[in-house]
Design a protein around this ligand. Structure first.
Ligand code: NAD
Length: 471
């Protein structure tokens, strides 16, 4: 069992001022695997002060110097990839394949951010003005629990490339993964105060960061509920905010789709992280006249999934991160049943033999109306809603009739038709026929999925503001 009592502040591991202890349990069997001391406002303020003191020198580093530091971070994280992968499985319950992939991607952010360090991304002439992109200052980076190192590294790489110093508050449910990252950051040896990490709860550590006058930018990934609080707080201190929030993404299966390919695609995107993914395509829109065909094929495919130990490469369904989250997902299954949707497979309770963990039966509802809670609200578990549509206009209307707008998916034989539908969907990213992970293309949402874009040049520039110098 891991005991974590320190934060990474000003280049060193320092004892927590806050004293509350949070237990970390392995979601596969609920065994206790860690005890983590949560920071408090004093710890957060120490980290902010360190980042503020480090900013003047860091912001003046050359692009080549920052490239070299980013490479040192990439190298240090590379050395810890096995540890990160093992903890992504043990702490989050991530499937083995996903965990290895996501941790490698996390490391890659430090490599890719180097490509943004080109003079033209920082300097531009506009008439008589020399326009420079200036780093904003101290950036607060707040992350969720579903694959936490991926978010920490993605945000830190862009912020550091831009010339900002950072205070990171990882999810309290990901402290073991965060500890490995802190050790890697320490090993990379950046100047003291450039990277700081404080373990803690949203209140008081998160909101001390989001309310501080000494923090000029917040990059937040998490729930829409907390995103709204952060946006409200940001008004007081005129902070720039990037908010990557929840999702309820549609998968539009076109009338000409082959059933096998469409069902495979729908389950791949619907059950990313067993549904604990902001981008999961949990609303499956199928043509009305083929409703029975798709229902039967989805049922068969879902019943072939294998719940179990996420470390086993044969496992395809992981547990929910906590017992509390399991309860929440059960609540939605109950809402689906009470609301009159047809339960096709799955349902309440745990799969046989897996009672010790937080496993949810992969659940499919059909005859779902788009105004039902299971069609509108983010469940964050393996609960999919099949909704039928009459024609393409109806499909687009249903797909867009939701408060979120993060991702959308389209599957069909005729790519041109599929693309025409994709162009009408309100989503930050739309994927046609394949699940693509491109860390250079912009990522972010519309509507209650938040605003701002991460990754690539746009993601780096979100940590800057232009300054025009004349004369
Ligand atoms: P959450 O909003 O509960 O927590 C996210 C982070 O915010 C945590 O570090 C938490 O401690 C912190 N926090 C909580 N209250 C705070 C406050 N008052 N002030 C400042 N910080 C506070 O989200 P979660 O449960 O950790 O993650 C799941 C959610 O994240 C889902 O809604 C999911 O869709 C969303 N998410 C979005 C994306 C995206 O890229 N759009 C990616 C992954 C997850």
């Amino acid at each position: 069992m891991k005991i974590i009592t320190k934060h990474f502040i000003n280049g060193a591991f320092v004892a927590s001022h806050g004293a509350d202890v949070v237990e970390v349990r392995n979601p596969t069997n609920n065994a206790l695997i860690g005890r983590v001391t949560m920071g408090d406002a004093v710890d957060a303020e120490r980290a902010i002060a360190a980042a503020k003191a480090a900013f003047p020198a860091w912001s003046q580093t050359t692009l080549d110097e920052r490239k070299a530091w980013l490479q040192k971070l990439a190298d240090a994280v590379t050395e810890r990839l096995d540890d990160l992968t093992a903890l992504c499985i043990a702490e989050f319950g991530g499937l083995a394949g996903f965990s290895g992939y996501a941790m490698t991607q996390a490391r890659d952010f430090f490599v890719l951010a180097q490509e943004t360090l080109k003079p033209e991304n920082f300097q531009q002439r506009v008439n008589a003005a020399e326009v420079a992109r200036v780093p904003l200052g101290v950036a607060g980076l707040l992350t969720p629990w579903n694959g936490n190192p991926w978010f920490v590294c993605g945000k830190a790489a862009s912020a550091l490339a831009a010339g900002c110093t950072v205070v990171i508050k990882p999810s309290e449910l990901s402290a073991l993964e965060a500890q490995v990252l802190m050790e890697a950051f320490h090993k990379a040896g950046l100047p003291a105060g450039v990277i700081n990490v404080v373990n803690g709860l949203g209140d008081p550590v998160g909101n001390t960061i989001t309310r501080s006058l000494d923090v000029q930018k917040i990059s937040f990934t998490g729930s829409t509920r907390v995103g709204k609080l952060i946006n409200r707080d940001a008004t007081e201190t005129m902070k720039r905010v990037t908010l990557e929030l929840g999702g309820k993404s549609p998968t539009v299966i076109m009338p000409d789709a082959d059933v096998e390919g469409a069902v495979g695609f729908a389950l791949t995107v619907g059950l990313i992280n067993t549904g604990s993914a902001c981008i999961a395509g949990t609303r499956i829109l199928v043509p009305e006249r083929r409703g029975e065909e798709f229902k039967a094929a989805l049922k068969a495919a879902m019943e072939a999934l294998k719940s179990g130990d996420p470390a086993d490469p044969a496992t395809t369904v992981q547990p929910m991160i906590t017992a509390g989250h399991w309860d929440r997902v059960q609540g939605y299954i109950k809402k689906g049943l009470d609301g009159g949707a047809d339960l096709v497979t799955g349902g309440l309770g745990k799969p046989k033999g897996l009672e010790a963990g937080n496993f949810v039966k992969p659940t499919l509802f059909a005859n779902v109306r788009n105004d039902m809670a299971i069609a509108q609200e983010e469940i964050f578990g393996p609960v999919l809603a099949m909704i039928t549509y009459r024609d393409e206009d109806d499909a687009v209307a249903i797909a867009n009739d939701v408060e979120y707008g993060l991702h959308a998916y389209v599957y069909g034989a005729d790519r041109e038709r599929a693309r025409a539908i994709a162009n009408r969907l309100q989503a930050g990213r739309v994927m046609i026929n394949e699940l693509v992970d491109d860390p250079k293309a912009p990522f972010g949402g519309f509507k209650l999925s938040g605003f701002g874009r991460e990754f690539g040049v746009a993601g780096m520039q979100a940590f800057t503001e232009p300054r025009a110098v004349f004369g």
